[in-house]
Design a protein around this ligand. Structure first.
Ligand code: 7TS
Length: 424
């Protein structure tokens, strides 16, 4: 697995570009029609957040216009309607992830909250002094800091799996870190900063073989590929609605029923209880036990609409189309000698991180925006330990969704060339 040179799973094939009708798709996204700094918007910051199709926007406004009420607490017509829509969306999430039971789907604010929930409930109940939590070098801060805090609270140790120069998870090193003290492995499915797709199925199997539970951070996986939590056999899977073409403010924690059911509550208050007296409180069944307070009802319904939308296109077609985009972008940028790629794993999602000789990533990002209307992210991508591993302060990151086109990638490559000519 120690690969240092760029390697791509398959050469570009013409049919990838035809996997979806990109111009028809683009018509579904009103925001893509605008111009930025006098140029048509080229949105390549999908890893930070994705744009919303009209169907999602309509689901939100329709909810507020026709069904707005609180859920799980009213006998009146609107409350019943709101509750039905909210719970129907949960069924969509269950099917989207391939979970067996709807009780395994907990609505949260996003991936960050999902991971904090697991750390502070499962973690505090099951991870004690001398135990170990294993993460990898490529984690987003939200899959590092909650475990760091937990380890400090409990006197446990955080162990970190190294990566190679291509940005790949080093499985052999991972195996060496596992042992009887390992209680939990928390690894990202897809790296937000490099696009590396991790071999999560093997990672999970290996962790289970030594009795550890596994949380997969799926924030960057669900927009790009079909995920099946039962096939993966993970104990927890987390993702954010806004990264899969849904609204901000809602995300999902999947947990195996028995694991979730044995966990103490997270936040407490309304809806998570069965009975309350000043002497004693009993808690609600799953998933309500982990959903204290009024949830983001509209966003959950909007997430359901986003799931319907991507499911109708088909995750397999999306993955094929994006594979074509990834090859095309990698080739276009690799032809510029001043560009150095950060993250050249054999298996990648459509995320391309790079640095340009002699030009700071923030300057590249600013010029791409102001001169070319291209939205990329420049920074550490909430993965500072990863930046340190590659000895760079930051990278420029172009992250593509299925509404991006090859013409936009040509524009990106042309713009980077221009940056090199003028500022390099
Ligand atoms: N995990 C991964 C792998 C992520 O990419 C992100 C967000 C999160 C967790 C946190 O998600 P949230 O919805 O709770 O904020 N990633 C990014 C990014 O790459 N640029 O901006 C946010």
């Amino acid at each position: 697995m120690t690969t240092t040179a760029p390697q791509y799973s398959e050469p570009p094939v013409g049919t990838d570009a035809e996997a979806i009708d990109v111009h028809a798709i683009r018509a579904d996204f009103p925001i893509l029609r605008q111009t930025v700094n006098g140029k048509p918007l080229i949105y390549m910051d999908n890893t930070a957040t994705t744009q919303k199709p009209q169907a999602v926007i309509d689901a939100l406004s329709d909810f507020y216009a026709t069904r707005n009420a609180n859920v799980h607490r009213g006998v009146h017509h609107l409350s019943v309607q709101a509750t039905q829509a909210y719970e129907q969306a949960r069924l969509k999430v269950r099917d989207f992830l391939g979970a067996s039971r709807v009780e395994e789907i907990v609505y949260v604010r996003g991936t960050t909250e999902a991971i904090n929930l697991v750390a502070q409930t499962y973690g505090r109940a099951n991870i004690h002094a001398g135990d170990e939590v294993v993460i990898s070098t490529m984690e987003h801060h939200s899959n590092i800091v909650p475990w760091q805090i937990l380890c400090q609270q409990q006197g446990a140790t955080l162990r970190v799996v190294p990566i190679n120069d291509a940005g790949e998870f080093l499985f052999d090193e991972y195996e060496k870190l596992l042992g009887p003290r390992t209680k939990l492995v928390a690894v990202t499915h897809v790296s937000n900063a490099m696009g590396t797709v991790n071999p999560v199925e093997r990672i999970i199997q290996r962790a289970h073989a030594c009795g550890a539970r596994v949380l997969i951070d799926g924030a960057q996986a669900v927009p790009h590929m079909k995920v099946d939590v039962r096939a993966l056999d993970c104990d927890f899977y987390a993702f954010s609605g806004h990264k899969v073409f849904g609204p901000t403010g809602v995300g999902v924690l999947y947990g195996k029923f028995d694991v979730l059911d044995a966990m103490p509550p997270y936040q407490s208050g309304g809806d998570m209880i069965q009975t309350v007296s000043f002497e004693k409180t009993t808690y609600n069944d799953l998933p309500a036990r982990f959903e204290a307070g009024t949830p983001n009802i509209a966003a959950s319904i909007g997430l359901g609409a986003a799931i319907d939308y991507v499911t109708a296109i088909g995750l397999d077609r999306i993955a094929r189309y994006e594979r074509g985009l990834l090859h095309y972008t990698t080739e276009a940028l690799s032809r510029i000698p001043e560009v150095r790629m950060i993250g050249t794993a054999a298996d990648k999602a459509s995320v391309v991180s790079f640095v340009v000789d002699g030009v700071h990533p923030h300057d590249v990002g600013t010029i791409l925006d102001s001169e070319f209307g291209i939205a990329v992210r420049a920074g550490h991508h909430c993965a500072m330990p990863l930046m340190k591993r590659f000895n760079v302060p930051a990278t420029v990151r172009a992250s593509m969704a299925f509404y991006n086109t090859r013409e936009e990638i040509d524009a990106l490559a042309g713009a980077v060339k221009r940056v090199v000519e003028v500022f390099g």
